[in-house]
Design a binder for this molecule. Structure first.
Ligand SMILES: [Zn+2]
Length: 275
């Protein structure tokens, strides 16, 4: 080595990984997770004005694992399920600000899934040509299972299919590797995470409503929910980090309760996998 080693810039302590679903008005959907287009536009304007740089989920997961650096003010925009409104509402705004995103697609719900259809989908979904267009525009395409089951509640064989099928279909469809998966509903357990690894994924994201920090489990990277009711002030606090315990107080309490019920159900159902 001749050149002096580049100075190591200390990584920021965290990266907010935001989780979106639909970008739609209350008139278009009943989902309380749907963020109205105007709110979404204001959120991107805030991020841009505050000097944030967007990176893909994969870039963030790699950096958190020590295999890359995070920009000074990094933020990740993720979108679950593969709603068609991402193409219509989000893509033009991302383009405007030079932002990128990661879309986790439920492959059985793709609008023209054909013989692979595993519906009914929750709403109008992206088509294959739109997914290819997104990939070509630099949007990361990740998997979100094939039929959107609760992955911690299904038999091992079905679990393998739910992980392998979307990986194969998406890699074939966009002609690029698909290293990321997001758990439907955010549900996983040790067995699910092991199956994800075995299926060849390199990282996975959960929900958790916590900010991702270096050393986080690469197969359960936490994300932060943005929903219809997320006000501008709250959004800024979410992105700034460190206040999740108050912002997501209710979500955390619910998650704890559900986790107990889910473990019990899995054990009673005889599909518990050893931790
Ligand atoms: Zn989902």
């Amino acid at each position: 080595m001749t050149a002096a080693a580049a100075p190591i810039r200390s990584a920021p302590p965290y990266v907010p990984i935001l989780m979106y679903h639909e970008i739609a008005t209350a008139a278009d959907t009943k989902s309380h997770l749907a963020v109205p287009p105007d709110n979404f536009a204001a959120q991107l304007e805030y991020l841009h004005g505050a000097g944030y740089q967007t990176i893909t989920f994969t870039a963030a997961a790699r950096a958190l694992a020590g295999a890359g650096q995070l920009p000074e003010r990094a933020v990740v925009l993720t979108f679950d399920d593969g709603y068609a409104d991402f193409h219509r509402e989000a893509l033009p705004l991302l383009d405007k600000y030079g932002f990128t995103a990661t879309v986790f697609v439920t492959t059985g719900w793709i609008d023209d899934a054909g013989k692979y259809a595993a519906g009914p989908a929750l709403g109008p979904m992206l088509s294959w040509s739109q997914i290819r267009e997104l990939a070509a525009a630099g949007v990361e395409i990740g998997a979100h299972s094939h039929g959107h089951p609760q992955l911690d509640q299904i038999p091992a064989r079905q679990l393998r299919d739910e992980l392998n099928t979307p990986k194969d279909l998406l890699e074939e469809g966009i002609g690029a590797p698909v290293p990321s998966v997001a758990y439907p509903f955010g549900y996983s357990n040790a067995g699910v995470r092991q199956a994800v690894r075995a299926a060849g994924y390199q990282h996975a994201c959960a929900v958790a409503n916590a900010t991702a920090r270096p050393g986080a489990d690469e197969f359960a990277v936490p994300r932060l929910t943005v929903r219809a009711s997320t006000r501008p002030q709250t959004f800024e606090r979410v992105v700034r980090g460190g206040q999740e315990s108050t912002i997501y107080l209710k979500d955390h309490a619910l998650t704890k309760g559900y986790a107990l019920v889910r473990r019990t159900k899995a054990v009673i159902g005889g599909i518990s996998r050893s931790a």
